[in-house]
Design a protein around this ligand. Sequence first.
Ligand code: BG6
Length: 471
Amino acid sequence: MTSQTTVKTLLILGASGDLTGRLLLPGLARLVAKGRAGGLSLVGAGSDSLTADQWRTRVSETFAAAEGAADGDGRAALKAMAESTEYHAVDVTAEGALAGLLGSLPGPVAVYFALPPHVSQLACEALHPDQVPAGTRLVMEKPFGSGAESARDLNGTLVRLVPEDHIHRVDHFLGKATVLNILGLRFANNFLEPVWNRDHIERVEIIFDEDLALEGRAGYYDGAGALRDMIQSHLLQIMALVALEAPATIQERDLRDAVSAVLRASSIKAPYASSTRRARYTAGNISGKDVPDYVREEGVDPARNTETLAEVQVAIDNWRWKGVPFILRSGKALGTKRKEAVITFRPVPHLPGGFSGLDSPNQLRIGFGPDTLQLDLDVNGPGDIFTLNRITLKSELNASELLPYGEVLEGVLNGDPLLSVRGDTAEDCWRIVEPVLRSWNRGDVPLEEYDAGGPGPEGWLAVPPNGSAKE
Ligand code: BG6
């Protein structure tokens, strides 16, 4: 059965860009293929003078990849959307240009700014509130601003145009099924909540180590680095879901209030040479492929000292978490992909005398790709029944039928901001990392090096995969 979207037109600005081709159109295609975008028209716009045919070809080619996931109706819907889509060559920062386009499209319209942040800002500034029809939704990509102040300015510009619940700040990690599953795991299982606090949990690690290197993205990444690119946005969102108080519902108001309360209590404490680490990769080999030094990648300016691996220890100063370190780490060009949250429990208060073998702390591991859940426990045997042994209970989790961008887009198209970052939260995420960025700029924390394809520098805070917590 096909479900109808509240939004009638999805207008993508920056339609010829990389983000649209790589993530947005595939996410949309899955939605359409599954009959979850009935009644929606797609319109592309950008400063490139694509012909309507070139744009349609681009859309059809991307949509073709989703045909396998579609039934007959889904295939027909994909074809219909690809054939009917329009393209408008406009400079959306020019006075009146975006307003004219917006006024000409069947509403409500969701305007997706798949543009560099400063261009999005200019495009929004060029709009006047009376040029924005009621019901319009504004969809902003990350990074949202470049610091707390610019995020505040951008929030100010946007709320002049539409109400807060019509602004969607995209963080596609909120569309990852396993990330959302943290809520199901925590709040639909009675045994976890009593131990989900500082009395029983020793540390939490949220790790997103990628084996991808720069992948030609110097234009964006060299000005961002791992802390801004991953930790300031995605990993803080995951942390908030791990740490939040039980909401009464998982509707947008309750859930986003709970997320915001965690982030307001969070900070990274000085001295930053103890609470943070940064490093940059040098030449190496990843799965048989040679990778050059980061500083020799095309478009990189070595003088920027951009980090490709970052690790920070976040403190959440509230009753539940005071004193529990939350270690957030992410980097590029590592030898092993490791994408997981690891919750390490405290040791038992007293191990009955007579046991031998190792009593290691329990660990709960939530894998974000592959999507898995693992619980490490100590049990007796085999062999000597008084010798402790480690076992792991493991389950593969079901992937969603939509891609993360599809999940997020579905919220936009149905007028639900649940999977979007709220304005105050976007500012708080910058407030948390900004002192670190300033300290790194001053050179307080050395920029270490690691070989591409290796495990990263030694002696950092996060424990190795399947290792036990440090003393
Ligand atoms: C993006 C970052 O937001 O997330 C990339 O800009 C990163 O650098 C990516 O590789 C990771 O997300 P995913 O969904 O591809 O695992």
